[in-house]
Design a protein around this ligand. Sequence first.
Ligand SMILES: Nc1ncnc2c1ncn2[C@@H]1O[C@H](COP(=O)(O)OP(=O)(O)OP(=O)(O)O)[C@@H](O)[C@H]1O
Ligand SMILES: [Mg+2]
Length: 364
Amino acid sequence: MADLSPSAGQALAINIRNRNVLVSAAAGSGKTYVLVQRVMSMLKDIDSKINIDNLLIVTFTNKAAAEMRERIGKAISEAIREEGLRQEKDERLMAHLQKQLILLNKSFITTIDSFCSMVVKRNFHMADLDPDFRTVTAEETAQLKKEVMEELLEKKYSEGNEEFIALSDYFSPQYSDEKLEDCIYSLYDISCSQPYPYKWLDDCRRMYSDTDKGIYSDVWGQLLKDEVLKKLSQAKAVYETALGLYIKSGGVHKALERVLIHAENSDKVIIDTLIDKCENSINDDFIEYISEIKFARSAADKNSTVPREIVEAINALRAIFKNIIGKIYSDRDPNASLLPYNEAMANLIEQAHAPVMTELIDTT
Ligand SMILES: Nc1ncnc2c1ncn2[C@@H]1O[C@H](COP(=O)(O)OP(=O)(O)OP(=O)(O)O)[C@@H](O)[C@H]1O
Ligand SMILES: [Mg+2]
């Protein structure tokens, strides 16, 4: 890659120093390349006296660590070759780079796991560990988990409390506990990847125990609100496109202007009111408003000076607008709408889901 130079963004990530840098870019866009070049620019700066074994370079997988090591090795060799070809070569730099090739073998280019393990091994006395300790293998972990799971379920079945039996029936109505086990494992795995696993589990439990505040005011309500607001802003964008078309046409179409802007129930009034109410809270007031919306009806205008295609385009956009709002709440087809505001949903969480999920969380 001799004749290729970094892009402006890459150069920034390569050369920036003395601060934390987070590089996020698409697959194959040159992240590893940037990291390799960053290392090279440090090594080439001989006055800084940085050697490759002064750097800690960690990856998540062995494969990535091997790739990193190989690519840094290649880049050093390439730099030596380039310097060797120069008429006035810098002998100090040549010697420094050659030293790096040798040091590469004992450099810390490794997975984060083996780095941690090395730190603990070197300081076992401080960690109060046997110096011969080793990391469990994936197979051993699986075996251990399985044993713990068997013990746990056996204990739970023998205690026979109602909530647990309901949980077991819910996930594994047949004889096998496989599905229940899978749920416990995945809840366990997800919780372990959180900074505070127990707190996270506690928060999950709370999501199911706070339902008495009313479905639209708890955690679920917040999720729902975000979703509804997203739809409303889509509808607003469609409305603005329609309005923009009308204004840009420079013509006048009284009926269209009425339904878009002036009527009591114009699209503008409807979308602004919905957003306003939703931002406040999705409550009975919001539901009542959205369920009773009557969109203004457009009519023909003999004296229209707006081109016919534009009128048609605006009408098509209005149909999309109504459709988006209709899908948020619809009496006719509650299943197809986002807010089936009926007791069933609240009850589902409160009566069936909550105890089962709470028990699942407790069991985990
Ligand atoms: N500015 C550049 N000049 C020369 N080659 C480049 C440049 N940027 C990226 N490349 C090359 O593009 C290819 C992909 O780059 P790289 O492997 O660094 O991407 P990545 O973002 O780490 O990919 P992945 O997401 O797969 O890990 C490599 O061959 C790399 O050398
Ligand atoms: Mg990469």
